[in-house]
Design a protein around this ligand. Structure first.
Ligand SMILES: [Zn+2]
Length: 299
């Protein structure tokens, strides 16, 4: 489907950085002002200009890119991300494919899904692998780039949604349609992971399942630079906007009305990751925690 048009931001103020928002001085997760810089590294030639800075909250341990890229900066990063055309041909690609099948099998103990939405699907390689495990499930894909249309053309998904899950038009279109929503190394790249989880809940049918994999912030090898240098080639990995401690993520899921069923460590490749399976409860179990504005300019 066509991406939802965004309003024209208009001309930039002289000297404004079109790719980064103003730096914020509070934690986007808990609002604390007790921040420390965890990593500072120069941006590469193919990245948006400036310096990459990752701050960490001393109170809740949430870590985040600060300043955060603007929506245009994010889109540029998505387009710079590699095409994954090599996914079958090299060792990393084969390992990832095997990992996709293992992740799909993690849903076998639960009722067979009729409909499954893979968020951040890219070329649709996860649905392609997962279909071997769930042959009667209909897989749809959502991605901010036109890659999702190519996934559709290649027959890896049945419906393509180009855009952001948090876009109100997409939320309205997908509301309560899916038995499973999956996000593999997607949440940490979103501007507001809380909003993303809330939108995923809206896309789930009551009793539907959320399958999430996110990097372990304690072992972010490959996700953050080491000693100011990136361990991977500049073009090979998109950078996270957030690294969420597992306890923060689980508490958030419960406050949003999910019942957390399993968590386990998994790591096809660095970085080490957590896999979480949660069920959409019929009603939220507790009132949602007050949300901290997602950016310096508010929600
Ligand atoms: Zn915090």
């Amino acid at each position: 489907m066509s991406p939802t048009p965004r309003p024209d931001p208009g001309p930039l103020a002289p000297g404004a950085d079109p790719f980064h928002e103003p730096r914020r001085d509070d934690c986007p997760w808990c609002g604390s002002r007790q921040l420390r810089t965890r990593v500072r590294a120069p941006e590469g030639k193919r990245r948006t200009p400036g310096t990459f800075v990752f701050d960490e909250c001393r109170d809740c341990s949430h870590a985040f890119q600060n300043p955060r890229p603007t929506p245009d900066g994010l889109l540029l990063r998505h387009h710079q991300h590699p095409t994954q055309a090599h996914i079958r041909s090299n060792l990393a690609g084969r390992l990832r494919r095997r990992h996709h099948r293992v992740a799909a099998r993690a849903m076998l103990p639960y009722p067979e899904p009729e409909s499954w939405l893979d968020v951040g699907t890219g070329h649709g390689y996860f649905p392609e692998a997962a279909r071997e495990v769930h042959p009667y499930t209909s897989f749809d894909g959502l991605d901010p780039t036109p890659r999702v249309e190519r996934a559709l053309a290649a027959g890896r998904i049945e419906e393509a949604h180009e855009g952001l899950l948090t876009d109100p038009a997409i939320v309205a279109r997908l509301r309560a349609r899916y038995d499973v929503v999956s996000m593999f190394h997607h949440l940490e790249h979103t501007a507001d992971p809380r909003e993303e989880l809330r939108a995923a809940r809206a896309a789930l049918r009551p009793g539907g399942h959320l399958l999430v994999e996110v990097p372990d912030p304690a072992r972010p090898f490959g996700t953050l630079p080491v000693g100011g240098r990136w361990p991977w080639k500049q073009s090979e990995r998109p950078r996270p906007l957030h690294l969420m401690p597992l306890r923060n993520l689980l508490a958030e899921l419960e406050s949003l009305g999910y019942e957390v069923l399993t968590t386990r460590a998994c790591a096809p490749l660095p970085p080490r990751a957590h896999r979480i399976i949660a069920r959409r409860a019929t009603q939220p179990s507790a009132p949602s925690a007050p949300s901290v504005p997602s950016g310096p300019s508010g929600p």
